[in-house]
Structures are given as structure tokens and as C-alpha cells.
Ligand binder design. Structure first.
Ligand SMILES: Nc1nc2c(c(=O)[nH]1)N[C@H]1C(S)=C(S)[C@@H](COP(=O)(O)OP(=O)(O)OC[C@H]3O[C@@H](n4cnc5c(=O)[nH]c(N)nc54)[C@H](O)[C@@H]3O)O[C@H]1N2
Ligand SMILES: Nc1nc2c(c(=O)[nH]1)N[C@H]1C(S)=C(S)[C@@H](COP(=O)(O)OP(=O)(O)OC[C@H]3O[C@@H](n4cnc5c(=O)[nH]c(N)nc54)[C@H](O)[C@@H]3O)O[C@H]1N2
Ligand code: SF4
Ligand SMILES: [Mo]
Length: 652
């Protein structure tokens, strides 16, 4: 039996997998994993329960769903779209859609319906990194790869727990550590990743921008700034250094909750290392100053000339398997298509390419805004569960109730969004579908189906809607044909995806942007941008004295529609420090009420290594976002999930 090649549908590492007629196995020659994989990745072929197989419809969300035919379902969607103004439509997509599915959704909405409100759950995930990369490097371009990290002397991880969330990468880091790689981890929780670190810095939640500025000032004081590099390769002005000179290191460290000897050790590690890489995820991105956190971290590499050289530079670790692909296809509301923004020139190029005269002409509402401020009459949600994942859920629910027609494309039943849907369209999940996805370091892998397809896959449903509306350009017979069109479109952009094809991807994955060694700004220089703390997050007070962190566990995936079928690890608990357990007279297994200004949850107590000013609840807990605040970073529109003040009360 031939092996069928695939790539994991969970995290951004994008491990290559092969299916051998019975089980999934790690691919030995895929560059992302070289024969490794994690437990949930290898159990995916066993996720067969709770499948949606028939379209379900109801006139109003108070009624029970009834099965309808697929034809009727597509007609209903088209009929509603025909009578809805484009600005009252929304398409809520996902970093878990394959490139082909994503491309069709974007083409249909932005290209033919003239609808700008197309955004994705990556808004809640990567958008701060996207904005920062665009500002600093001129494009949403991840400048290094996992190999660079593994070959460097020092890897600094800020606000990310790769031991749980990028497991195979973590396992490769463990091996590299044996060869001399040093690791610094900056996190309010002493995670499994922190335990492996040579230096662990237990930063206060939200303290990163203060800390990175203190580091930059120390670089300046210790003559570690590479002015030759800045002059040859960067756009900057003296005002940057005028401001930097004024930074009071002691004051910044106090605000960051970091001890002086931690900063001293950080500087020593930096001084002693030749090749330095950095990584980050939600601890920096999900913040009311996510863009500032990102830029001030990236600046550390620019200031010391540790960027655009092999084994040096900042690597934002995308979370979802195809978050990167979604960015490439142009699925964010702030891009039109394929890395092209809404300039007049780009609008014309894209309209010509798609041969459409009804293309969207301006940036649309972003994910949270679409729901909370859009006043939408039509919403299509594909491969994600916004009712579960958006912050301040009571507010989200109120808005969902008001949308006339909510269509959900899902492979499995039981999402939180389905409670607010009028029409549920079943689609084929991983295993039954074919397409490509791009991992966190720009590697595109072909995923082939290895099971008989029970229902259509996402792009087929979207094409049927487009055809029902009478649009030309959606007559695709396979995902190969879609990829062929998409890759040609990348010629309009800074990406070289046109250089590959399904035929080549059958043989090996393709990393786009391989030869880029300079910034993609107009003059190919890196922008050194001053970035300072904004203090926009809510503050603790005597009523709500702790900051709530919401993070992930290694064996579950988000709302767990898939992982809960094969793994039964508990996630309904709250992690509290030993000191706070004593202060509140709590013991393991007690129940507490965690309350915020927005909502509350009853959870089991678990003692953990976490700062005393913070507590942590796994984000997999379905009720998590009843507790979280709705503040967004004003530039990236990414939610401030990790900074909600809460109280804890013993529940009896
Ligand atoms: N097992 C598993 N793996 C996954 C996922 C999953 O659901 N399950 N999801 C994937 C997705 S979509 C994503 S986005 C990634 C996310 O990957 P991570 O970002 O690693 O995920 P989290 O567990 O949310 O970890 C965020 C870390 O940031 C810390 N943190 C919180 N606030 C701050 C802060 O202000 N400053 C700093 N420095 N740190 C802070 C938290 O304590 C936590 O350890 O994981 C991906 N991988
Ligand atoms: N408090 C808090 N909230 C958060 C976060 C946090 O750290 N803390 N993290 C945010 C981040 S980074 C992310 S990425 C989001 C994740 O949040 P979501 O994207 O909402 O979570 P998932 O459970 O991954 O949702 C995927 C959905 O797709 C469905 N599905 C599975 N296969 C298919 C398929 O082939 N096609 C289709 N159409 N559907 C399918 C699944 O059944 C599931 O309902 O949560 C965000 N929300
Ligand atoms: S590390 Fe990530 S991509 Fe690899 S098998 Fe695990 S979940 Fe899948
Ligand atoms: Mo994410």
C-alpha cells in the first residue's frame, strides 16, 4: 500500500504525516518534523464522531434545526446574499482552512460580492505580528526558519509555551540544547518551556514593552548597538536614540515586574552569543499593545544587527496550521488578496485578474468589530467558532442574536456558534479533503485525502454558492485547479508561490521566499520604529486583584471538537500560585468562583508555578470568554485576552 502524504491539521509547526492504510505516522523527510510528531497529531485519523452530514436549517434561533437538502441550503444562502448590501455581509474565516478553501472564500466575498468584511480568527492570534512585520520589514514576511533557531547560539522566547503548543519544535530545541543552544524564556508562568530555560524571567502580565525598552537601553549603555548595521541597513532617526537615552532602567524593570539581575543575565547571554534568534506567540500578540510589544522585541534584533543573517532574527510562531497561508491568500480584512493592500493600483490589478467589476474597494471590519459593530444581516462562519473564541462573550452573544442569517460551515457538531446559526452546512474534515497549507516558516505542504469523502469540502460549498449567484470563475473541478489560479495570482505580490505546483508538492514541500535576505520596504532597509508602553489594559484593584491568563494545554485543541473525542485530559481548572492558595485557604481540588467585571466561572483549583499577581485558566474551557475583556489593540485589532482583572472566591 502506498503511503499517502499529509500534514497535521493542528499547530503551525506543520509536521508532515503519512497515512499507511491504518495509522498516521510522522514523515521522516519533511523539514518541519524529520520523523517526529505529537500525540494529538497522530490520533487525528481516529476523530470520526459527531460528524455533521446533512444541512440543518431553522428560521429563527429559538427553533429546532430541521434537515434540508443540500440544494435547498445553497439556494437559501444565495437568496439571502442577493438581498443583502455588501457592507451588511460578513465572512468569518479561519487559519485552519486550507489555502484553496481560503482563496475561494476570499475571491467570492471580496472579488464578486464586493464585501470587504472578510476576516479570520487569525485576527485574534497573529494580527499584532502581521502589523509589526509590515511596519518594520515592509511586508508580512517571517524572516527566519526553525532551522535558523536550531542552529543559533541563543533563542529568546517571549510569551510562548512551545513545550505545549509547538511540541515537535520544542523537542528539536531540546536536542539543540544538548549541542549548546541557550534558551531564555519570558513568561508570567513557569511553564514546561521555562523549566528548560537557561534563564527564566517571570515577567508581570503586560510588562514586555517596558522590559524590552530596558534591554534596549542596556544595549546602548554597554555599547552593544551595531551602528554600522543601522547606517547601512536601516531607516532610523536620531529621535529614536534621544528617547532611548531617557529610559530609566530601574523604573522600567519595576513596571515590568522584572528583577535587575534577570536583566543583567539577559544582557550577558546576548553579549556572549554570536547568533541570536527570538520567538513569540500569544503572550506578546494578544494584548492591547500587541504591536508595541512586537516592535520593541523585533527592535532588539535590529539594534544589534542580528537580523537578515542566517541563524539570526525574530520568528513569530504562528499558531494554527494555516494561519500563514491565510495571510498569504489575503484572508485578513486589511488585505485585498495575496499580500496586496487596498491601493488603487492593487484594486485594479486584482479586479483584472479575477475579471470582476464588483470587487471590494476598501478595508473591511476586522473579526471582533464585524460581530460587535457590524450590524450584519448575513454572516458566514467557516472552520472556526467565534462565539466561543471572541472576547467578552456576553456582548458577542447579544450581537449574534441580532444577525438575520448566520451560516456555519463545520465538519463536527456542537460548536458554540451553532447555537446562533440558522443554517449549518456540513463539510469534509482533515482526512477527507485535499489542499495545501503553509506552516510557521513558510513551508507549503500538500495534504491529500486518505479516506472517502462523505460530504463536500469547504471550497466546493463556497463554489456552489458562487455558481448559484451566477458568478463566473468558480468552475473548479479540483483543488489543483484552484492552486494553479492562486499561485499565478502571487505573481502580483512579493511572494514566489508561483514557482511551485501540485506536481512538485507531491514530491516535496516548498518554502516560499527562500532567497529573501533584505527587508521588503521601498529602499530594502529595515525600519527602526520607536515603540513604547501604552497602558491601555484594565488594571487590577481591590475588587479584582489578579490578572487572568488564558493559555493552552498540550493534548487539546481550542474548543476541543476534535481532541475531546480521543483524549480526555481535564481542562476545567484554574491555576493559582502556592502563596495565593495559602492566602485564600485553598487546597487542590477545591472549587472557586473566578469573577471579572464581565462574567464568572466555577472551576477546580490547581496549584501551579505562576506569579502571585496572576491566575491561569486553559482557554479550552468553553466558557473562558465570558470572563475576558473586549479591549483591542487599536492597530492590529487583536484582543487583550491575557489582561483581565479577576477575583477568586471559595465556592461552597
Ligand atoms: N496543544 C495545543 N497547541 C496549540 C494550540 C492548541 O490549542 N493546543 N493552538 C495553536 C494556536 S492557534 C496558537 S495561537 C498557539 C499559541 O501558542 P502560545 O502562545 O504558546 O499559547 P498559550 O498557551 O496561549 O501561551 C501563551 C503564553 O504567554 C504567557 N503570557 C500571557 N501574558 C503574557 C504577557 O503579558 N507577557 C509574556 N511575556 N507572556 C505572557 C502565558 O503565560 C502563556 O504561557 O498555539 C498553537 N498550538
Ligand atoms: N480567552 C482566549 N480566547 C482565545 C484565545 C486565547 O488564547 N484565549 N486564542 C485565540 C486564538 S489564537 C485562536 S486561533 C482562536 C481559536 O478559536 P476557534 O478557531 O474558534 O477554535 P477551534 O476549536 O479550533 O474551531 C475550529 C472549528 O472548526 C471546525 N472544523 C473542524 N474541521 C473542519 C473543516 O474541515 N472545515 C470546517 N469548515 N470546519 C471544521 C471545528 O469543529 C471547530 O468548530 O481562539 C482565540 N480565542
Ligand atoms: S507538533 Fe503540531 S503539527 Fe506537529 S504533530 Fe503536533 S500538533 Fe501536529
Ligand atoms: Mo491562534
Amino acid at each position: 500500500m502506498d503511503l499517502i502524504s499529509s500534514s497535521c491539521a493542528y499547530c503551525g509547526v506543520g509536521c508532515g504525516l503519512v497515512f499507511n492504510s491504518k495509522t498516521l505516522k510522522p514523515s521522516k523527510n519533511h523539514p518541519s518534523n524529520l520523523g517526529l510528531a505529537c500525540k494529538k497529531g497522530l490520533l487525528q485519523h481516529k476523530v470520526n464522531k459527531n460528524r455533521l452530514l446533512k444541512p440543518l436549517f431553522r428560521e429563527s434561533i429559538d427553533e429546532e434545526f430541521k434537515e434540508i437538502s443540500y440544494k435547498e441550503a445553497i439556494e437559501k444562502v444565495a437568496a439571502k446574499l442577493k438581498v443583502t448590501e455588501p457592507k451588511k455581509m460578513g465572512f468569518y474565516l479561519s487559519g485552519q482552512l486550507l489555502n484553496e478553501d481560503y482563496y475561494i472564500a476570499n475571491k467570492l466575498a471580496k472579488g464578486f460580492l464586493g464585501c470587504s468584511n472578510v476576516d479570520t480568527n487569525s485576527r485574534t492570534c497573529m494580527s499584532s505580528a502581521v502589523v509589526a512585520y509590515k511596519k518594520v520589514l515592509g511586508s508580512d514576511y517571517v524572516p527566519i526558519t526553525m532551522e535558523d533557531v536550531l542552529g543559533s547560539d541563543l533563542f529568546v522566547i517571549a510569551g510562548g509555551n512551545i513545550a505545549s503548543n509547538h511540541i515537535v519544535f520544542f523537542n528539536r530545541i531540546k536536542k539543540a540544547k544538548k549541542m549548546g543552544l541557550k534558551l531564555i524564556v519570558i513568561d508570567p508562568r513557569e511553564t514546561k518551556t521555562a523549566k528548560l530555560a537557561d534563564l527564566y524571567i517571570p515577567i508581570a502580565p503586560g510588562g514586555d514593552t517596558y522590559f524590552f525598552l530596558a534591554v534596549a537601553k542596556s544595549f546602548y549603555d554597554e555599547n552593544l548597538i551595531d551602528f554600522d548595521f543601522l547606517k547601512s541597513s536601516c531607516n532610523f532617526d536620531e529621535a529614536f536614540f534621544d528617547k532611548l537615552k531617557k529610559i530609566d532602567i530601574g523604573e522600567n524593570l519595576k513596571k515590568a515586574g522584572v528583577a535587575k539581575d534577570n536583566l543583567d543575565s539577559f544582557i550577558n547571554f546576548w553579549k556572549e552569543s554570536q547568533d541570536i534568534t527570538g520567538g513569540w506567540t500569544m503572550g506578546l500578540n494578544q494584548s492591547s499593545e500587541g504591536v508595541e510589544k512586537n516592535i520593541s522585541f523585533i527592535n532588539l534584533f535590529t539594534l544589534t544587527g542580528k537580523i537578515f543573517k542566517p541563524k539570526n532574527g525574530p520568528l513569530s510562531l504562528t499558531g494554527q496550521p494555516n494561519a500563514m497561508g491565510g495571510r498569504e491568500v489575503g484572508g485578513l480584512a486589511t488585505t485585498l488578496a495575496v499580500h496586496l493592500d487596498y491601493s488603487e493600483e492593487n484594486i485594479k490589478k486584482v479586479a483584472d485578474f479575477w475579471k470582476s467589476d464588483n470587487i471590494s474597494k476598501r478595508e473591511g471590519l476586522t473579526a471582533d468589530e464585524m460581530i460587535k459593530k457590524g450590524g450584519l444581516k448575513f454572516l458566514l462562519v467557516a472552520h472556526t467558532d467565534p462565539v466561543y473564541h471572541l472576547p467578552n462573550r456576553f456582548e458577542s452573544e447579544k450581537k449574534f442574536e441580532k444577525i438575520d442569517f448566520v451560516v456555519e460551515l463545520n465538519a463536527f457538531s456542537g460548536s458554540e456558534t451553532s447555537k446562533f446559526a440558522h443554517l449549518i452546512l456540513p463539510v469534509a474534515p482533515f482526512g477527507e479533503k485535499t489542499g495545501t497549507q503553509t506552516n510557521l516558516d513558510r513551508v507549503i505542504t500538500l495534504i491529500k485525502s486518505f479516506k472517502e469523502k462523505k460530504v463536500k469540502q469547504d471550497y466546493e460549498v463556497l463554489c456552489d454558492i458562487a455558481k448559484e449567484l451566477g458568478f463566473d470563475g468558480f468552475d473548479f473541478n479540483s483543488s489543483t485547479e484552484i492552486f494553479d489560479e492562486y499561485k499565478e495570482m502571487t505573481r502580483l505580490s512579493d511572494m514566489n508561490i508561483y514557482q511551485t505546483s501540485y506536481k512538485e508538492l507531491e514530491v516535496s514541500p516548498f518554502r516560499w521566499g527562500r532567497n529573501l535576505t533584505k527587508a521588503l520596504t521601498k529602499n530594502s532597509k529595515i525600519n527602526l520604529i520607536w515603540s513604547e508602553p501604552k497602558n491601555r489594559s484594565l488594571k487590577t484593584d481591590s475588587k479584582y486583584p489578579y490578572i487572568l491568563l488564558t493559555s493552552r494545554v498540550e493534548n487539546h485543541w481550542h474548543s476541543m471538537t476534535k481532541t475531546a473525542q480521543v483524549i480526555d485530559d481535564d481542562i476545567e481548572y484554574v491555576e493559582i500560585s502556592k502563596k495565593n492558595m495559602q492566602k485564600l485557604s485553598l487546597k487542590e481540588g477545591d472549587f472557586v468562583l473566578v469573577k471579572s467585571e464581565f462574567g464568572e466561572a466555577k472551576l477546580k483549583v490547581c496549584e501551579a508555578l505562576i506569579r502571585d499577581d496572576a491566575i491561569n485558566i486553559p482557554m479550552h474551557f468553553r466558557g473562558i470568554n465570558y470572563l475576558t475583556n473586549g479591549i483591542l489593540d487599536p492597530q492590529s485589532k487583536e484582543p487583550d485576552y491575557n489582561h483581565t482583572p479577576v477575583s477568586i472566591e471559595k465556592y461552597s
